[in-house]
Ligand binder design. Sequence first.
Ligand code: 2AL
Length: 247
Amino acid sequence: MKIKLINPNTTSRMTDLMAVCARGIAAPGTEIVAATSSMGPPSIESWYDESLALPGLLAEVAAGEREGVDGYVIACFGDPGLFAARELARGPVVGIAEAAMHAASVVAPGFSVVTTLSRTTGMAWHLAERYGMKRFCRNVRAIDVAVLDLDQPGSGARRLITDECRRALEEDAADAIVLGCAGMADLGRAIEDAIGAPVVEGVTAALKWTEALVALGLATAKRGEYARPLPKRYDGPLADFSPRDAA
Ligand code: 2AL
């Protein structure tokens, strides 16, 4: 099966990191097509970033449909454009926050999210609410390291995340951790070993969930809300995004 992993920000080194982690856990026979958005913000850490990341993300989904992709992972913790992507895609589309929160709610009675900047904690709470995960989500914590600083040696991100995870276990009555950024894709196992509790990382969780849905033969429902967008002509710079009848 062919699964497209879309990084909706334009930073290809982040895509490369996620692709290595996804390929490391993919089943034999799963081809991972990793794509970096060609337009928009280099990192997504505000509602504004998220809104302007959507055209680039949706262009990758549209291209995926032409490339015969079986399923998609939206690899940013805000799950940007998840429902719009489902309107375009035949196969399943899974967001990394969606996958990680659901997985954490199975392996523990409650989890805390550890994310990047404090200003994005409200975005994570919105997702928990949207997915019915609020009753499992004990807290959303931030380390106040920007997305693009996570892999910079001087940021101390790994230690800060590990310390914040320990505090979450002690102070939030959380028994599992959800890592709140795709740029943390390589940190799950090491932090789990350090804190002695389940750590759910979204890129890998979403990849395995997408694989499972494709293997089950499940596609996105096309009779209602997730049907293709109605054909119409868009104006201005977004004219190329005008929805057309399916080929
Ligand atoms: C993210 C993420 O996963 N990718 C990105 O650009 N921003 N999430 C976050 N909480 O900052």
